[in-house]
Design a protein around this ligand. Structure first.
Ligand code: IMP
Ligand code: MG
Length: 182
């Protein structure tokens, strides 16, 4: 763990998550919301967000995998789906870990929008705005990050580091090329 630089510590994350949960509650009030956690990356964020959410909430899970070798086409595959009954005519919030090029989010957004929720918003923990290829923006974002590869609090590098309680950056000393990462 010695090559990790802390970007957002536990305290900062908790504080921001609480604020987001309150903002969401202000929006939906007493109306029930279906929160969709995208596996695996958003799982820590989704749990903390929902623990702090004061309104009526349901929780669903989606899993997608993306092939970043074909970043320009953004080929996304759905590995775990949701039944339309859980979405149609409901208030829905997609919870993401990080929006990078936007391919994954655009795919998820269309997949859910096609099931005709009454409203649909996106809440991401991190937004790597500068890397966007597809013009899609989350309604709520925890933190904006630069073009860095971040890990921890659910985010992985090669399935490692998800369990870190903070969000950090792997220092360049590990000599990681962009293509190894994705
Ligand atoms: P996009 O389709 O390019 O927006 O990629 C989004 C997905 O790529 C995220 O849901 C993550 O799984 C992964 N990803 C992108 N950037 C990072 C990062 O910095 N750390 C960890 N995973 C990342
Ligand atoms: Mg993800």
């Amino acid at each position: 763990m010695e090559n990790i630089e802390v970007l957002f510590d536990e305290e900062k994350i908790n504080e921001r998550v609480k604020t987001l949960a309150n903002e969401l509650y202000q929006k939906y009030g007493d109306e029930e919301v279906v929160f969709i956690c995208t596996l695996k990356g958003a799982v820590f964020f989704a749990c903390d967000l929902l623990k702090n959410y004061k309104g009526d909430a349901r929780m669903e899970f989606l899993r997608v995998s993306s092939y970043h070798g074909t970043e320009t086409t953004g080929k996304i595959e759905l590995n775990l789906s949701i039944s339309e009954d859980n979405i149609k005519d409901k208030h829905v919030v997609i919870i993401e870990d990080i929006v990078d090029t936007g391919h994954t989010l655009a795919f998820l957004n269309k997949y859910i929008a096609d099931m005709k929720p009454s409203t649909l918003e996106i809440c991401t923990l991190l937004d790597k705005k500068v890397r966007r290829v597809v013009p899609i923006d989350p309604t709520y974002a925890g933190f904006i990050v630069d073009d860095l590869f971040v890990i921890g609090y659910g985010l992985d590098y090669d399935q490692k580091y998800r369990n870190l309680p903070y969000i950090g950056v792997l220092k360049k000393t590990k000599k990681i090329s962009k293509w190894d990462l994705f």
